[in-house]
Design a protein around this ligand. Structure first.
Ligand SMILES: *[C@@H]1O[C@H](CO)[C@@H](O)[C@H](O)[C@H]1NC(C)=O
Ligand SMILES: *[C@@H]1O[C@H](CO)[C@@H](O)[C@H](O)[C@H]1NC(C)=O
Length: 462
């Protein structure tokens, strides 16, 4: 059975009936910009590989796939959300009391009508405009940033034109009149996809923040050190052309990449005032095994960045051994104990927990531990923090004071915790934020340069 087609159909056409039989044919290929996911030529290959894999995989995977298929067979959209309360109820139902797995969340989201309306064109949609990785940023820096902005910086492996083109600067950007904030997306997303319906929309209206974002080629599925080069270059480029310190807000893997950039491009540390980490995974996650199953010889398996984010990955081990588990600049981390992608995410074992060995100032906010009146709808999933009010008030506090945020300083903290969604966001924004999950899943699934083993670390880190 072409389970992948069923999966894709279920994810992207949740309102329509699933294809009735295996005679269902593939969606028409969409055109794509060079350098993007190999959707056109990659799809057939990926599907064939998956079909082989279903026969060859470990029993564990077979069981998981069968369970998934069964769930997908039962997918009937049960709701078309019309209010934030509806969305909140759906997410609350998905999250339940226990952490759920990513895959279960994806199925549930599809079932509840929270996903892009159609598969065709999804990748096209997310490779143009505000998701483009081919941006023309004409302003030349006042000093040399490439090949190196500082004597101790690691060498770039990516050319400057590509690094600069990944920076998306919206029309609203003031080039230094307001403090710049670089938004770094998470695995299998683009900056626009990740942030336009939440932080970009909200921060643009504020005088303490001037958001722009990164659209990293390969959707952060390439190796994490490679992705980090874009973060390092963007920090120095934006600080230079605005003559301002920058702040960085990142989601999920975007945080590993930001910390790696701060670690290996020390010039960046001098120009970052604040770093706010949303659902970071500084210790990887134990929940990624389904996405990176053990593979038999000759069957190509998993995106480099996904393998590197496994709990015991060599990359994670190295990252932590060179100081990545402790802050380099004033840092505020915000995360949910019931994260459906990153676990463990609670207490002293939380993957998001950042130390302060260098005494630069860190605030770790596991929401459940700091919010007595936490709205349960807010914290069920990896990305739901983005549309919640607690993150917005923490960002405001961090950006308007020296050092990280301080909950004691935030007078409306308890109100923020109990709100369903951030002030200024509507139901379309909440759905738009949540829709990034099935898109991310599809991007991961369709990524056509999968590897069997974790890639080697770059020479500068070896
Ligand atoms: C810029 O950031 C650095 C590093 O965090 C900090 O030491 C410095 O005070 C900041 N400068 C300004 C003008 O905020
Ligand atoms: C942290 O993880 C270790 C090893 O898995 C476990 O033994 C310990 O109970 C955990 N601690 C907390 C506070 O969850």
């Amino acid at each position: 059975m072409h389970f992948s087609y069923l999966l894709i159909a279920a994810l992207f056409s949740p309102i329509n009936a699933l294809p009735a039989s295996s005679s269902y044919s593939a969606p028409a290929p969409v055109s794509r910009a060079p350098g993007l996911l190999g959707l056109t030529d990659g799809l057939g290959k990926v599907v064939d590989g998956l079909l082989d894999r279903i026969h060859d995989e470990t029993e564990e995977l077979t069981t998981a796939v069968l369970a998934l298929l069964q769930q997908l067979d039962e997918v009937v959209p049960t709701a078309t959300p019309t209010s934030i309360e509806d969305v909140a109820t759906i997410l609350k139902g998905i999250a339940g009391a226990e952490p759920t797995t990513f895959i279960e969340s994806v199925v549930s989201l599809a079932k509840n009508g929270l996903g892009p309306g159609s598969f065709e064109g999804v990748f096209k949609q997310y490779s143009a405009g505000s998701n483009s990785e081919n941006n023309v940023n004409e302003r030349e820096p006042s000093k040399k940033l490439y090949p190196s902005a500082g004597d101790n910086d690691a060498p770039y492996s990516i050319d400057e034109e590509t690094l600069r083109a990944a920076i998306y600067i919206p029309d609203t950007f003031t080039y230094g009149e307001k403090p710049p904030v670089i938004l770094v997306p998470g695995t299998a997303t683009k900056g626009g996809l990740c942030y336009e319906a939440n932080l970009a929309k909200l921060l643009t209206k504020e005088d303490y923040a001037d958001p722009l974002w990164l659209n990293i080629p390969g959707w952060l599925l390439e190796s994490a050190p490679w992705n980090s080069e874009f973060v390092a270059y963007a920090i120095n480029y934006i600080a230079d052309i605005t003559s301002q310190n920058v702040s960085v807000i990142a989601l999920s893997q975007g945080n590993l990449d930001t910390q790696w950039a701060l670690t290996y491009w020390p010039s960046t540390r001098n120009v970052v005032s604040d770093y706010i980490a949303v659902s970071p995974d500084y210790h990887g996650s134990i929940l990624l095994d389904f996405l990176c199953p053990k593979l038999t010889e000759g069957i190509v398996g998993c995106a480099p960045a996904v393998i590197q984010q496994k709990y015991n990955a060599k990359f994670i081990e190295h990252f932590r051994s060179v100081g990545g588990a402790s802050a380099w600049v004033p840092t505020t981390t915000v995360y949910t104990g019931t994260d459906d992608v990153v676990q463990p995410q609670h207490g002293t074992n939380a993957s998001a927990l950042l130390g302060d060995d260098r005494d630069v100032g860190v605030l770790n906010v596991e929401l459940q531990l700091h919010c007595p009146l936490l709205s349960p709808a807010l914290v069920g999933t990896h990305e739901s923090l983005l549309w919640g009010q607690p993150l917005q008030v923490l960002i405001k506090d961090a950006l308007t004071h020296d050092g990280p945020a301080s909950i004691e300083r935030i007078s409306d903290w308890n109100d923020a915790c109990s709100m369903l969604a951030a002030e200024g966001l509507g139901v379309a924004d909440v759905v738009g934020t949540t829709a990034a999950v099935p898109v991310a899943f599809a991007a991961m699934f369709l990524y056509d340069k999968k590897v069997l083993y974790e890639p080697a670390l770059p020479a500068y880190a070896a």
